[in-house]
Design a protein around this ligand. Sequence first.
Ligand SMILES: Cc1ncc(COP(=O)(O)O)c(C=O)c1O
Length: 366
Amino acid sequence: MKKKINIFKPYLSVTSTYVGGKSKSEVGATEKIYKLSSNENPLGPSPRAIKAIENQLHTLHEYSDYTGERFRDALEKFYDGELGEDQFVSANSGVDLLEMICRAFLDPGHESIICSPCFGPYALFTKKCGGTVIDIPLKGSAFNLNVHGILDAITDQTRLIFLANPNNPTGTHIGLDAIHQLLEGIPDHVVVVYDEVYQQFVQTTDYTTGVSLVQKGYPVIGINSFSKAYGLGGLRVGYAYSTQKLANYLRQIRRPFMLSSLAQAGGIAALQDKEHIDKTVKLVNSEKPRLYKAFDKIDLKYWKSEANFILIKPELDSRQFTEQMLEEGIMVRPMEGFGAPGCIRVTIGTSEANDAFIKALRKIMA
Ligand SMILES: Cc1ncc(COP(=O)(O)O)c(C=O)c1O
């Protein structure tokens, strides 16, 4: 008799509750369609990144940097020496880093704290590592961080706290007092994953990136992506930074030659393309109040946003609303999977796209 040994890890077969935003071809778009469903840059990729990638094409037969050192050097310069080269970890996107962090810190039985509504992969990757998700939802209609709730929920098994600032899908931010109160209260065995992929769009002064937190020595890992303001979602590039100890540890599980030479060249050039970022932020900041005004006019519930998207709550089934929008040539995203039932997230697009969205909205809500 053959001995039966189960080779499958039970926690890897959990069904994914996170469904990524669809591409235009996945929704079968044949005509002009406005994609306002994935918080992409409406102005397209950084022109400097395109040029750098084109210039790199003839070296595709060569392997890229083994450790991504060139990219880390560029990051050190970009951060003006506030962080050292060895405090950065580059990877193939923000979600890649989130997954690496879960693999680095979670064993079966460990716990991650999330604050819903939030980005779906925090829970997904925790479960894929055999971890348990503890949800301490954001509080009230303003979606405030429940600092005491989080601190009370920490156990000996807690390893990670996921915070997004600004948060996806609410667009709200975590203020300075709340962040400091939380960081002062956490024990030594807990790491805060500080997801700041929308940081370029923040307007409030009651905000900090993770840089000052890391400099103060808190166990914080800042997560950054090139998919949003830099307009390089298809390239798959991102980076994290942290204390030297945590960054060195994270790099242990980084795959060799992880960043392709094109991703590295594009990322470095995009970092230096201040003009493109400024243009993008200017567009978002001028279109946002126009959208608020249109929402106010039809009494649509929405949340003011520090990011390049707005969460709305139409009094319609969110799947039905999404389908009706698609019929009008506009892709938006229902937010059930992020813990915001009945809500829709809409990316701030070009003036033309936003006009089309407002027109469709008036029609659907009439
Ligand atoms: C809050 C948040 N974090 C991380 C990411 C990951 O971005 P990417 O994997 O494209 O770098 C996203 C993308 O939507 C996000 O909204």
